[in-house]
Structure formats: structure tokens, C-alpha cells
Design a protein around this ligand. Structure first.
Ligand code: GYE
Length: 328
């Protein structure tokens, strides 16, 4: 049996089991008049800017199917206004739960208040909001981006241990105002600020995309006489930058050392080819955990306010061996 068929079979079996226990139990949602009614979840995704995002979308959609959840999916194309519109439309449609990955951190209080007034619980996934009022969402499932930035910085400090010459760093930031861009920058900055030889000579957003990563790196290469290290907030920007570096006649991974975040397969391939020196892992496969949380939140069960993803760090020498096991 193919893997897909097996997954479908398991999903069907689970759906049958759910229906069976719903109709026999009587502990389900009152509105359905007996058995557990199918949950409808509105999910507002950031966009399709990166390999990470593509894997995350697939994980969420597959997990919803598997959990028997009716998922209303909306792609915001990296625009906050689109997410606000999507959330308002979910409220109008009276979905059971709203899940979303906020493109930027600020500016959510009004729409989240609207969801709260409509008594629709909100689950944050992947990225955080900076709302002071914690009652505006039930929980936040995702990575610790400050920690990821620190891991990137730790690698650099170790790499240049015992050396005294200045190390010029250029930084490709993620989407301006997004939690991963803010936190990966600050975590990294906190670690390297203790050693004066490290200098971030240029730092600009590449919007988490390959095209922008390449474009901004081209500009860095023109404006900066000496670049030792590139710190890219995600793999796609690093992969775009590699093209720019090669086109400028330099060797990525050697002339310019590269630190990246995410751990998508393409980055592991580039790392196995000695073009990226280190990748800090950020796991996009949050779908199953998200569906579990959504169900619990809908049932009114208590859930942890913050659920962090467990992640590692991979260096060039480990890349080839790790590549076949990468899931995204
Ligand atoms: O690192 C990047 C994506 O929010 C963790 O968004 C996510 C980031 C991820 O575009 O590739």
C-alpha cells in the first residue's frame, strides 16, 4: 500500500472512531444535539514566502484532514490587512476556533477583541503577537526565535574563538516587524555584543524570500569592501544570497561564511556542498500539535499558554548524513 493510501485509511478509521464515540457518548457539543459535531477552524496563514512556509501549510492542512476538522484556509500574502480581513470573515462565518500565524507582532488588539466578543477562541501558531492583554488568545504554539538567534551567535563565537582580527557580518533580516525577524536579530545581537571583534556592518530585510535575499546581498557585496560572515534569518534568503555571492566570483561557505535558520532540504543540500556553514533548525511541522490544541481549547480544557518546539543545530560536517532524514 502506498504511504498516501495508508494515511487516508488511518484518517478514515479515525473519523469513523470519532463518529462512533460521538454518537454513543453524549458528552459532545450541545449545539449538535448529541454527538461531537465536526469542528470548523479558520486558519489565516502568513503567505507562501519560503520553503518553511510551504511545509508548514502542508502540515496544517494534512493534520486537519487527519483530525476530521473542516479547515477554512486563507493565504495573506504577507500582508497584515489581509489577515485582519480573513479573521473578520471567520468571525462572520461563526467558525469554532480561529488559528493564525501573525505576519507582524503588533496591531492585533482590535480584531482579537472582536473574536473574543464573538466568543471564538484564538490559537496563535508559529509567530507571536505583542498584545498586552493575554486574554485575547488561548495559547501560542511555536519556536523560540530568540533562542534560535542565540544559537546562531553561539556558533559564530565558537568559530572565531581565539582570533582577534575584526569579523564583518552582514545580516539579512526577515519580514520587518515579524516576531522571527525581531527575535532572531536580538538573540544573535545579545550573544555577539560581548566581543568587540564582531561587527554587523550592514543589516536589511530580505522579506524571507529568495529573490529579495539575492537582491539585498548583491547590494551588500557592492557597498561593503570586506564581508566575512552572512547571517540570514532564513534559508530562502541564504539560498538567494549564495547565488549573488557566486555571481560576484566568491565562494560561499569559505570566502563568506553563512549562518542560516530553518533547516529546509535545499539548505541541507547547500550545506552538504559546503556552501552554508551552519543551520539553526526551526520546525514547521506543527499541524498535528495544532489540531490537538484546537480541540482542547474548543472543549474548554486548560492548555499551556506557551508551547515551544524542540529544535537543533546542524553544521556542515553533519549535513550529508542528516539530509536523507529531513522531513521538510
Ligand atoms: O523561519 C521563515 C518563514 O515564522 C518561523 O517564516 C517562521 C519563518 C521562517 O518565512 O522561513
Amino acid at each position: 500500500m502506498s504511504k498516501r493510501a495508508a494515511v487516508a485509511l488511518v484518517a478514515t478509521a479515525m473519523a469513523v472512531a470519532l463518529t462512533a464515540c460521538g454518537s454513543g457518548g453524549g458528552s459532545g457539543d450541545k449545539a449538535s444535539g448529541g454527538g461531537d459535531k465536526q469542528l470548523t477552524v479558520g486558519f489565516s496563514q502568513v503567505g507562501a514566502e519560503s520553503g518553511w512556509r510551504t511545509a508548514n501549510t502542508k502540515s496544517v492542512q494534512d493534520a486537519a484532514k487527519k483530525a476530521g476538522i473542516n479547515l477554512k484556509f486563507s493565504d495573506a500574502q504577507q500582508k497584515q490587512e489581509n489577515q485582519i480581513k480573513a479573521i473578520r470573515s471567520f468571525i462572520q462565518q461563526k467558525v469554532d476556533v480561529i488559528a493564525f500565524s501573525p505576519v507582524v507582532e503588533s496591531g492585533w488588539d482590535t480584531v482579537l477583541k472582536e473574536a473574543k466578543d464573538a466568543k471564538i477562541p484564538v490559537v496563535l501558531t508559529d509567530r507571536a503577537v505583542d498584545s498586552k492583554d493575554e486574554s485575547l488568545y488561548a495559547t501560542f504554539l511555536g519556536s523560540d526565535f530568540v533562542e534560535e538567534g542565540k544559537k546562531a551567535g553561539d556558533w559564530l563565537v565558537k568559530e572565531y574563538q581565539g582570533k582577534t582580527e575584526p569579523v564583518n557580518i552582514v545580516e539579512l533580516q526577515g519580514t520587518t516587524g515579524s516576531a522571527p525577524a525581531n527575535d532572531r536579530k536580538s538573540g544573535f545581537g545579545d550573544v555577539i555584543k560581548g566581543d568587540a571583534k564582531f561587527k554587523v556592518v550592514a543589516s536589511q530585510t530580505g522579506d524571507f524570500t529568495r529573490a529579495k535575499g539575492k537582491e539585498v546581498m548583491q547590494a551588500f557585496l557592492k557597498s561593503q569592501p570586506k564581508i566575512d560572515v552572512l547571517y540570514a534569518h532564513n534559508d530562502d534568503m541564504a539560498l538567494g544570497a549564495i547565488q549573488a555571492i557566486e555571481e560576484a566570483g566568491k565562494t560561499p561557505g569559505k570566502d563568506i561564511k553563512i549562518i542560516s535558520v530553518d533547516g529546509v532540504k535545499d539548505a541541507f543540500t547547500a550545506m552538504a556542498a559546503s556552501k552554508i556553514n551552519v543551520v539553526v533548525e526551526c520546525n514547521p511541522l506543527l499541524g498535528d500539535q495544532l489540531m490537538e490544541l484546537i480541540k482542547k481549547v474548543k472543549k474548554g480544557e486548560t492548555v499551556e499558554r506557551r508551547i515551544k518546539t524542540v529544535e537543533g543545530v546542524f553544521t556542515m560536517d553533519q549535513a550529508a548524513a542528516a539530509l536523507p532524514n529531513r522531513q521538510y
